[in-house]
Design a binder for this molecule. Structure first.
Ligand SMILES: O=P(O)(O)OP(=O)(O)OP(=O)(O)OC[C@H]1O[C@@H](n2cnc3c(O)ncnc32)[C@H](O)[C@@H]1O
Ligand SMILES: [Mg+2]
Length: 200
């Protein structure tokens, strides 16, 4: 069975591919958007991760006829009542400018004391079978936010996110460490039984 991972974020796609492959799902050939004809990106206008993840996966399944997986994810900051949330990729007003997004967030949290810098990464992954079932799963990863970047791994807000139980940021983790713990890894692990069933 071909499985399309419908993300336009190269670093997120690499994580999705690594995690799906690590689950050694026999009978599943993992494709990316580079492997299918171009189709327009679904607008992410839902107020929640679930709505956006479903929109992206439905769009990909309709455009390609392939079983499609999409992730909508972001950082929910306690002190900001869960924002940037679904706006995480464009918090600075420019989509995908990780540095600008992170600098803005650091500025907004400048006077927030250490004990109030809690946050959670959220990943909602939607699986859509063309004309068939839809499955939506969610993974969350709690931590706290530093006042300055540390580490060069991962992407987005990783350089300031220290997961609960760790002293290092998710940008200082190895790819394997992050995949084993992250919101994306947790969400995808919930999807594995559905993927195994489809691959039979
Ligand atoms: O929608 P697609 O095409 O998948 O790519 P995207 O980058 O636009 O993805 P989202 O809309 O889901 O926005 C995710 C943003 O949330 C942040 N984010 C999500 N997962 C993250 C992670 O594992 N580490 C750091 N930041 C993350 C980061 O700013 C991402 O750009
Ligand atoms: Mg997006």
């Amino acid at each position: 069975m071909k499985l399309l991972l419908a993300s336009r974020n190269a670093k997120k796609l690499r994580e999705l591919q690594r995690i799906v492959v690590a689950e050694s799902l026999e009978g599943i050939e993992v494709l990316s958007l580079a492997d299918v004809p171009e189709f327009p990106e679904a607008p992410e206008t839902a107020p929640d991760f679930e709505g956006n993840a479903l929109a992206k996966a439905r769009d990909a399944a309709a455009a390609t006829g392939l079983v499609s997986v999409a992730d909508d994810s972001g950082l929910a900051v306690d002190e900001l009542n869960g924002m940037p949330g679904v706006l995480s990729a464009r918090w600075s007003g420019r989509h995908g400018d990780d540095d600008a997004n992170l600098d803005l967030l650091l500025g907004q949290l400048g006077d927030v004391p250490d004990e109030r810098r809690g946050a959670a990464f959220v990943s909602v992954v939607a699986l859509v079978v063309p004309g068939g079932e839809e499955v939506v799963v969610r993974g969350e990863w709690r931590g706290a936010l530093l006042r300055a970047r540390r580490g060069t791994g991962g992407f987005g807000y990783d350089p300031i996110f220290v997961p609960e139980g760790y002293e290092i940021t998710s940008a200082e983790m190895t790819a394997e460490q992050k995949d084993a713990e992250s919101h994306r890894g947790r969400a995808l692990k919930l999807l594995v039984p559905h993927l195994r069933k489809l691959a039979r």
